[in-house]
Design a protein around this ligand. Structure first.
Ligand SMILES: *Cc1c(COP(=O)(O)O)cnc(C)c1O
Length: 407
């Protein structure tokens, strides 16, 4: 029985969507219904320091300001900040730390965040411990007197582990450290970590928020304004801001976020259920499957299970995975996720290449692990594409079987 029931769509509250759409301001100067792109570096002042709220576009830009306000609203936070990339957003948060401070991070963390922690922040004396954050005990036992930040991704990448945000937020609060949630895979349409007690949310807006695979952007939202102002200081001091045109593209993406996420979730659920039954597949990772170890937590803290599905093959080799990812027709082989076109990737050789093989395997990212990003094509067509490809490897392996018809 499918664990996604259409009734869950009611959870995509119309009220929220309506409020969001009407939070997008109409231009006060001209009445334009689309947010103007303020492509300017500086702003004329009436007298030194007397201006209309803007002086130099690194510090503030009106187009970026709209995006920052919209994401703060969607995430139910106090302050939003837009950056040149997801990694720049992560970097600005880590700058809150000092030498000697410690981070507890999820073990199957995004490869780029791992590289930032290990190859940039380690040399400045920040220590990072990696744990399976789907087990709060592990997070708790890793705490030390120097722990300043707990860093989680939920669902995580690419094994779609679910961390219990409320539980981890209680642990963080009791210990006096911050909880930051990378909410890229869920998006605020499905999950609002700040409502569950997180202090900071970060996004790679490159993915679902932009939604069309046409930009690189990052966002930070903080639960309280004071913390937000500290990160805003780093945004301006180090300068990795999002430009006005890309800010406009993210705003445009946000306008259809709820609709897109609803479709991504439905399609991913169908794909996961199909893969689970296929003889070439060993394990399917998708929080919407009842067999997922944290299905109950996912159901409690999010409105949907997302558009990403990962799986491993019975033949757990790099070669087998490679033959799959290079054979699909509709799923395009590419890094990234969250766009309208379905994408397929091989984690060991692509997104997780910067993580040493032992650590990668220990975090459950096997050699054959394939990650799918369900796009907005018809689910039926996507499943047929996967079916043809997976049947192909079974036929190739077992030369005697004439024709395999799982499609
Ligand atoms: C892509 C991604 C990032 C990095 O974002 P960029 O926009 O590529 O810099 C961070 N976290 C997660 C979970 C991602 O998927």
């Amino acid at each position: 029985m499918p664990s996604w029931s259409p009734g869950r769509q009611e959870d995509f509250s119309m009220k929220e969507i309506t409020q969001f759409i009407h939070r997008i301001p109409v231009d006060p100067l001209t009445g334009a219904v689309s947010v103007p792109i303020y492509q300017t570096s500086t702003f004329v002042q009436e007298a030194p320091g007397v201006n209309k709220g803007y002086d130099y576009a690194r510090s503030n830009n009106p187009t970026r300001a709209v995006l920052e306000d919209l994401i703060a609203g969607l995430e139910k936070g106090s302050l939003g900040l837009a950056f040149a990339s997801g990694l720049a957003a992560i970097d600005a948060v880590v700058k809150l730390l000092e030498s000697g401070d410690e981070i507890i991070a999820v073990d199957d963390i995004y490869g780029g965040a791992f590289r930032l922690f290990e190859q940039v922040y380690k040399k400045f004396g920040v220590k990072i411990r990696y744990v399976d954050a789907s087990d709060p005990e592990q997070v708790y036992s890793a705490l030390s007197s120097r722990t300043r930040l707990i860093w989680i991704e939920t669902p995580s990448n690419p094994t779609l582990k679910i961390a219990d945000i409320s539980c981890l937020s209680s642990i963080a609060k009791a210990h006096g450290c911050l909880l930051c949630v990378d909410n890229t895979f869920a998006s605020p349409a499905l999950q609002k970590p700040i409502e569950l007690g997180a202090d900071i949310v970060v996004h790679s807006a490159t993915k679902y928020l932009g939604g069309h695979s046409d930009l690189i952007a990052g966002l930070v939202v903080t639960a309280n304004r004071e913390l937000g102002e500290k990160i805003k200081f780093y945004q301006n001091a180090t300068g990795a801001i999002l430009g006005p045109f890309d800010s406009w593209l993210v705003i445009r993406g946000l306008e259809t976020l709820h609709l897109r996420m609803r479709q991504h979730c439905q399609t991913a659920q169908q794909i996961a259920e199909f893969l689970q039954e296929h003889p070439a597949v060993d394990h399917v990772f998708y929080p919407g499957l009842i067999s997922h170890p944290n299905h109950a937590v996912a159901r409690r803290q999010s409105r949907g299970f997302g558009g990403i599905v990962s799986f491993t093959l019975k033949e757990d080799t790099v070669a087998a995975a490679k033959s799959i990812v290079t054979s699909t027709r509709l799923f395009k082989l590419a890094e990234s996720l969250g766009g309208i076109k379905s994408l397929i990737s091989h984690s060991a050789e692509m997104t997780h290449k910067t993580i040493p093989a032992e650590r990668r395997r220990a975090a459950g990212v096997n050699d054959s692990l394939i990650r799918l990003s369900a796009g907005l094509e018809e689910a039926e067509d996507l499943i047929e594409d996967l079916c043809n490809t997976l049947d192909g490897i079974i036929v190739k392996k077992n030369k005697h079987s004439q024709k395999l018809e799982t499609c």
